[in-house]
Design a protein around this ligand. Structure first.
Ligand code: FAD
Length: 421
């Protein structure tokens, strides 16, 4: 299919025919799902909270055992040595079946850190950490943001100073998802104050269970206990636990941010389409399905998700050709996160005052939509409504994505930046 119209003709060609080897793998995954899930399976969202957590933990064990969690890692580190397109196929099939890819904290260990170690880690780091990430023995969190360094991450102030065979770390991180139940944190710390802001940063692996680290959880407006402040007061980590070289942390950190693009391109349209289908049911449930304005707004949501699907195809086409996704990732991030605030607004309007009295099972997810199979409870929608606001902030705010698009795609002048120092 030709989806012409963009500035770059090559990028705008959409051809989403997967190569035969990934289709063979799809058959394997489908057989595994059919043989493992109960015949009346509707998706993890259909289970109550306790049963859903129990299922998620057992399910993670099964995925690890089959090395689905480590599909693209080389075999010598416990993986299957398959391609990132196999990974996309796996994620598609899991999303369609309504089952998760691991537990929430696997986002940081399996998806972010493992891929980063594979690219930048020393042999010793890979052999030490990868098997423990796969088994779930070590859980990880991400220590990037600080009180005065979010969008402008390069202004981070946490410092690491070498002392004998250790780094001594002082400073504060904030918004650290899941630190309260993690064993380790990957930290961006300033290791060279004389270098320019982007150059003097290192990517360090730091154990959380030590006297120099204090983790203080705080609640999100959705009511979930998810975030933390993490304080380092002469915390220590071994000198060799720097990834990608001393003062090279900015490059390492940037590569980590790109690892999820292809997977999201494949799974977002599936999850968001299921959500629109739940929205249609919600309108029926509240007797609003004949309301012409509500109908029009639902149709708008449906067409937005269709466009999301084509955007996803465009990114995947690039992947099939081996190209870097480039600025499409900012288009996709901006698109789904802004869209999600609108679709959840609509759910709140459909429920009216009922939305103010959340009843039923809240979503287990902190990111994107409720789980596939979720019932149309007011707790599900009103929590997802609040969570949707955060989608326009994490992994780069909407304003920052617009800046990237303005400068890198539209070629507009760079916005003024503060002078160094
Ligand atoms: C759900 C969630 C989970 C998170 N998890 C983690 C985590 O695990 N680890 C971690 O390190 N961080 C995490 N974060 C933090 C996240 O990365 C930051 O919130 C984000 O980078 C924005 O930084 P900030 O909050 O400091 O806002 P700021 O950067 O201070 O931005 C404030 C406002 O100013 C705008 N703005 C900033 N710069 C510009 C500009 N140049 N042009 C135009 N507008 C601008 C922003 O868009 C925003 O509206 C998480 C955030 C959320 C919401």
């Amino acid at each position: 299919m030709d989806c012409a119209g963009g500035p770059d003709e090559e990028r705008s060609q959409v051809d989403i025919s997967y190569p035969p080897e990934t289709e063979t793998f799809r058959t394997e995954v489908r057989a595994f799902l059919a043989g493992t899930l109960p015949p009346d399976w509707k998706g993890i969202g259909a289970l109550d909270e306790e049963a859903a957590w129990a299922f998620a933990r057992d399910w993670r064990g099964l995925l690890a055992e089959r090395r689905y969690l480590s599909l693209t890692w080389p075999e010598r580190y416990g993986g299957r040595g398959l391609t990132k397109l196999h990974q996309v196929v796996l994620m598609e099939e899991l999303a369609l079946a309504g089952v998760p890819f691991g537990l929430p904290q696997d986002t940081f260990g399996v998806k972010m850190l493992a891929n980063t170690l594979l690219r930048w880690g020393t042999e010793e780091q890979k052999r030490r950490f990868l098997p423990r990430i796969l088994s779930g023995e070590d859980t990880w969190c991400q220590g990037y943001s600080e009180p005065d360094a979010g969008s402008d991450l390069a202004s981070l102030k946490t410092r690491a100073v070498p002392e004998g065979d250790t780094w001594v770390i002082d400073g504060q991180k904030v918004w650290t998802s899941g630190a309260h139940h993690s064993d380790w944190i990957f930290v961006l710390a300033r290791t060279n104050r004389d270098a320019s802001p982007h150059r003097g940063i290192s990517f360090l692996l730091v154990p959380l269970d030590q006297p120099g680290v204090e983790v203080r959880p705080f609640r999100m407006m959705s009511g979930q206990l998810h975030f933390n402040e993490v304080f380092f007061s002469s915390a220590r980590t071994r000198a060799d636990l720097v990834v990608g070289g001393v003062d090279n942390g900015w490059t390492v950190a940037q590569s980590l941010l790109g690892v999820e693009r292809g997977e999201e391109a494949a799974t977002n349209p599936i999850l968001f389409k299921a959500e629109v289908e739940r929205l249609v049911e919600l309108a029926r449930l509240y007797g609003k399905d004949q309301d012409p304005v509500i109908r029009q707004r639902i149709a708008w949501c449906w067409s937005k998700v269709e466009i999301m699907r084509y955007l996803g195809y465009r990114i995947l086409t690039g992947w099939l050709k081996g190209a870097d996704p480039g600025p499409e990732s900012s288009i996709a991030k901006l698109y789904w996160s802004e869209y999600h605030t609108k679709v959840t607004d609509l759910a709140m309007d459909i429920m009216g005052l009922h939305a103010q009295v959340p009843v039923g099972r809240p979503p287990l997810r902190t990111y994107r939509t409720d789980d596939p199979g979720a019932a149309n409870s007011s707790a599900s929608w009103s929590t997802t409504y609040l969570i949707a606001r955060s989608g326009t902030i994490y992994a780069g705010t909407s304003q920052v994505q617009r800046n990237i698009l303005a400068e890198k795609v539209l070629g507009l002048p760079r916005e003024p930046r503060a002078a160094a120092g």
